[in-house]
Design a protein around this ligand. Structure first.
Ligand code: ZN
Length: 113
């Protein structure tokens, strides 16, 4: 009979607490290329956006903060790979948020030029 010491199972108890709340969705970014792990499209792909919009419904500022962090990581990774500043990366990560997550108070678009 084997005697178990307290060390067993320690690994399972250690959770990465610094990890941001990820959407419960398989469409996650694969680093360092930042293509979706599920469908291979540039992340956030449409299903990922949908999942994020649902996850952060009514909390678009939090979503923007989360995506800004992802955008920063992606920028770092992509610049390190290609040596160039990727175009439209900000738009790709953050451009869709305003449309996808309705603000609680939406002002009429009077500022359009
Ligand atoms: Zn995907």
């Amino acid at each position: 009979m084997q005697h178990r010491h307290g060390r067993a199972g320690t690994e399972a108890l250690v959770k990465p607490s610094i990890h941001p709340p990820a959407p419960r969705c398989e469409h996650l970014p694969g680093r360092p290329g930042w293509d979706c792990l599920a469908c291979g499209r540039p992340w956030p792909c449409d299903p990922a956006r949908e999942a994020l919009a649902a996850e952060y419904a009514g909390h678009s500022p939090s979503l923007a903060v989360y995506l800004s962090a992802q955008h920063g990581q992606a920028l770092e990774d992509l610049v390190a790979q290609t040596g160039e500043m990727p175009r439209d990366l900000h738009e790709r990560f953050l451009g869709w948020v305003r449309a996808a997550v309705p603000q609680q108070r939406q002002r009429p678009a009077t500022g359009m030029v």
